[in-house]
Design a protein around this ligand. Structure first.
Ligand SMILES: [Zn+2]
Length: 381
């Protein structure tokens, strides 16, 4: 993976390149960036740059023997550690290395959800277990085989638990020419003992402009479609890529159908519809909730008399205007709130059938019965 294939992040790339030029490569670094910012891809590109046999001023060469192995993620001095879903207590990251290489090569903007889905591990807990920590120590006690550096990229150290403390000694006093690149999303969830031993490389979320341009250049999206996806993805390229596969209008159609059913309180139809939503898959459900939140926000703007600020395609605008006849600002805000909470619960693995049934009942109470829960009771809106 070369820097040139990674979207945006020019400042971060330059800072990483400078550490090599100035010969101040720290042996333990923490790449901290939100999902979809490209932090994992940047760590791989940095490792490839460090190991390249014919390094250029601002990127690895891409063709030397080291680069060729890096491009397939099979270099003997490149090691990966990541959360996995252990079936046996002796399982470690190597048990899943083939799946890992496939998943990462297919999508360098991998999220834990995508990784989980590629392993078909729906209900198992992600973890970096003690067997894996021992495996890391064993791998890193050997000298590099071919490169000047032996590099371990540890993705999501948030999943290390207390077992991660087994790694402290090797992080603090590594073998010569051994590098630790930790790639994390939530600083708060990393063991303090590990945090204090690493140098921080902060990676910001991508800007809407960068994502939009990428969607136009690389995915042949129209200006309008690229604009919408960039806006909805909120700086998260993983989300933007997931949304690409979707028919733009399908979320809109599903949402309107659902809201209408709830408005008329059609019990059986709602129950059947919940099954459809439950089968959408987690990424899709999250995108759908996100779409719902922004669509309702646009409806709020129309109700509030700021219709000129609404940016929706003509057909969606038409239905949004019709929806204002059955919604007040209070009920629109209540629904937006319900979607926000649903998004939160989808992310945390709630049972989709129970969740979407509950969400449907809440929307029915808002749209049909015109009431919202407050504390232990329902109040009219
Ligand atoms: Zn090279």
């Amino acid at each position: 993976m070369q820097f040139s294939t990674i979207i945006g992040q020019y400042d971060v790339k330059q800072r990483l390149i400078n550490t090599v030029k100035d010969n101040r490569v720290s042996h333990a670094q923490l790449f901290l960036g939100p999902e979809g910012s490209g932090s994992l891809a940047l760590a791989v590109a940095y490792a490839q740059f460090l190991s390249c046999e014919d390094r250029k001023a601002d990127d690895s060469c891409g063709i030397c023997s080291s680069c060729r192995k890096y491009e397939k993620l099979v270099h003997p001095d490149l090691h990966f550690s990541y959360p996995f879903f252990a079936k046996h207590k002796d399982d470690n990251a190597l048990t899943f290395i083939e799946e890992w290489r496939d998943a990462l090569l297919k999508n360098p903007y991998l999220s834990l959800d995508i990784w989980r889905n590629s392993l078909d591990a729906e209900n198992k807990q992600a973890n970096i277990n003690i067997a894996e920590c021992h495996q890391i120590i064993k791998k890193l006690s050997l000298k590099p085989f071919e490169s000047p550096y032996k590099i371990l990229i540890l993705w999501l150290p948030e999943y290390l638990d207390k077992e991660g403390n087994a790694l402290l000694k090797i992080i603090e006093e590594p073998q010569p020419n051994t590098l630790f690149l930790l790639v994390a999303q939530n600083q708060d969830q990393i063991l303090n003992t590990i945090l204090s031993r690493t140098q921080l490389v902060k990676i910001p979320a991508l800007s809407d402009t960068v994502i939009k341009q990428y969607l136009i250049d690389e995915h042949h999206q129209t200006e309008h479609a690229a604009d919408e996806i960039a806006f909805l993805s909120n700086g998260n390229l993983t989300e933007a890529l997931a949304m690409l596969g979707e028919d733009d209008n399908s979320y809109h159609d599903i949402l309107i159908k659902w809201l209408r059913m709830c408005f008329s309180n059609k019990g059986t139809e709602v129950m059947n519809f919940v099954d459809v939503l439950a089968k959408m898959g987690r990424e899709n459900q999250k995108n759908f909730m996100r779409y719902g939140i922004s669509y309702i926000r646009e409806i709020c703007m129309i109700i509030a008399g700021a219709g000129e600020l609404v940016h929706l395609p003509a057909s969606e605008l038409d239905t949004a205007q019709k929806m204002t006849k059955v919604m007040t600002l209070a009920s629109a805000e209540a629904i937006s709130d319900i979607f926000e909470k649903a998004h939160y619960h989808v992310e945390r693995n709630a049972n989709p059938k129970i969740l979407f049934l509950d969400v449907s009942l809440q929307i029915i109470s808002v749209l049909h019965f015109k009431i919202v829960p407050q504390g232990n009771q329902y109040i009219p809106i």
